[in-house]
Design a binder for this molecule. Sequence first.
Ligand code: TMP
Length: 405
Amino acid sequence: MLECRACQRKTLNLFLSLGQMPLVNRFIEPEALSCDEKRYPLDVAFCHNCGMVQLADVVPPTEMFSDYLYFTGASEPMRQHFLSMVTEILESVGASEGDLVVDVGSNDGTLLSQYPGWVRRLGIEPSSNLAQEAERHGITTMCDFLNVAAANRAVELHGNATIVTATNVFAHVDDIRGFLDAAQVLLGGSGALVIEVPYLLDMLTNVEFDTIYHEHLSYFAVRPLLGVFESQGFEVTSVKRIPVHGGSLRIYVRPSRNPQHSPIAKEFVSAELEAGLGTNAPYRRFATNVAAIRSRLCELVISLKDSGEAVAAYGAPAKGNTLLNYCGITADMIDYVTDTTPAKQGRYTPGTRIPVVHPSALVERTPDYALLLAWNYKDSILKKETEYRKNGGKFIVPIPYPTIV
Ligand code: TMP
């Protein structure tokens, strides 16, 4: 019987199985096309004690993060997002000249590069290709997973941090208490830890099932987190919903010997209980809606292909690979997928083996339809791709239910 990552009770109920899935960031090189990929079960459970939603299986992190093809800087909207985040943090937490700011899971350094030059910046990033990319852009980066030992090394070399950020990385962590202990070491008793994670309530409401993949071990709501923060000596000072990645939480916490969470945290908990997150109902509904997306999307793409239409896909995010694999949409249905990440171009999507090409293919080849896998950037993409749309190209938006725009 599995133990809940948050409350450590054996009170997990499985509510969704997405089948045996390949690792969604393992884009295949042409030479490896004839080899079979490793697949792992992708099953999701809900803890009926504390409400934490989590994967039932943990793939070793070194298998997922050693050579990582997600580059934050490949998505222009993320730069904007991090710029406004950094501005907000500096206004609300404050920092003095020469203070250290640390970003955990710092990727290619896009977030840290938004800070002004008068702070000292340190990235902690386990993927060596990304750490090197960040260093090339002048961002000092330790190539490591964050744990207490790595935090001690960072403090020895650079001193304590005033601000620690962890965006889209906390959900990757199996030992969330150990991660918070390491953040305590980095902060050394003061300052702030700012975490961004996709919000469970948005995932359920908008049927964002493609957010589920092996890297995302947890699907956070505020309620199960409060006890975890408390036990590791943190109090919540602020929580807000932000639109990034289909709806996320931005949570500010600070070290405290006697944690007293801000009233806003309690308001979130009430709203989550009111939305039924402590009961089985929304998870059952979610599983039904996920199956409905699969039926409709398959039916739509197959009928378009049968009528001789050319169908491509737009964006090759990790989540797109959950969607394609779960729906069984493969290279005989989708001709190619465009993506702005140079390292993905020339490779093939994991499991479904669709070639990834440069974004210029959209206008050069003008497919009749483009399945918008990067649907979280829908507004900015629809605005950017006016020429494709003027030429008659249409987008299929798969989430929350397949529609054509
Ligand atoms: P993300 O949703 O996890 O940030 O990943 C987005 C992926 O989509 C990433 O591989 C970059 C790609 N992308 C495009 O190809 N075109 C775009 O306009 C944007 C915003 C992203």
